[in-house]
Design a protein around this ligand. Sequence first.
Ligand code: CTP
Length: 417
Amino acid sequence: MTNPIQDKHIVLGVTGSIAAYKAADLASKLTQAGGLVDVILTEAAARFVSPLTFQSVTGRKAYVDADLWGAEGHVQHIGLARQADLMLIAPASANTLARLAHGLADNLLTLTALAANCPLLVAPAMDGGMYDHPATQANLDLLRAREVVLIGPAEGHLASGLSGKGRMVEPGALFGAVRLELGRGGPLAGRKVIVTAGGTQEAIDPVRVIANRSSGKQGFALAQAALDLGAGVILISGPVGLETPAGAQRVEVESAQQMLEAVMAALPAAEALIMAAAVADFQPVSAAGQKIKREQGVPEIRLERTPDILRQVALQKERSGWPRLTVGFAAETQGLLENARHKLISKKLDLIAANDILAQDAGFSVDTNRVTLLYPDGQTETLPLMTKNEVAEAILLRIIDLLEKGSEHPPHSSDVP
Ligand code: CTP
């Protein structure tokens, strides 16, 4: 399992802000991802949302200040702090930020924060004026200097009716930040992985393009799996409406030529390039400068080949040693394994994932995939029907193995262009 949230102890601190109701959604998301979520509410937070709400979504006790004085009172905060893998305070009010910044420990949450020795993430939420106040800004500077991870606040509608900076970042993005933080120490920590995703679009005129059916889902799942294992990820994507996995550096491209340029620019010092994108093979020789009008008659569109990105990467690798591993995908409608093997050899890949896109449960837009992995030494490995997330995880684990095997002869640092 690469899911870094699984079985992790997460302390979720909730403070007195109207955004407290959104923290219940966050607690639910973290729990569904396998996290063991201990919620601590401040007295003000418990006025906005009941501890029972949190208990109901986490299946665990939600703590309030009264627990400080219960049977285990004198050690409650130490227990919660010691077992925590990560602590997140969301929403964090201006008052709690000030207490954290100055080391005050006058409630169960701030006591626990002071006793904890794990990463601390804080999502401020308050009115714009309070956020802009020099006192709050100075407190945030203190927290930043202590390597507290500050997430947001976002801009937009505030409870006061005004609009400005002070909204808590949405639960989905906070979930992403927790996942990113917990994945940091993984086996790919400190390594760069490039993933391409989605289909490219080749312009016919300013309105029309030649596109393909790629949804980008497999590529985005690969980017997420690489992040979960600690990699630094550059995600080069064609036009798809998918959210960027938290922590990935996304580069948006349209055409095959733009994707080639983005890949080449990202290559230096990359451990692996995973080409999951469905790159167009042909592009119009020239795109019309103006919209082609119906009255002009049926146009004849002359096509030419696009650059083969993986072939160019193979040439670059011969010169520089980067990327250390190149992984391709072969989407086929016939002759699956023969065609995939041919691509593996001709594009000088270390691994190719072949899938039959005519199978109902595999290929474009569906969430599952049926993939066979082929290696240059002739080995093949057929994976069962899996979700695209599981396929991504399996491929990343193979990449780690291959990197480890090859690490006896790492490229010389002077080879880095
Ligand atoms: N690819 C690439 N540059 C291209 C076309 C494809 O780098 N211009 C990559 C894809 O990202 C994929 C692999 O090559 O990882 C195989 O892509 P595919 O479209 O299956 O193969 P083609 O070489 O384009 O051959 P064909 O379309 O004729 O099957």
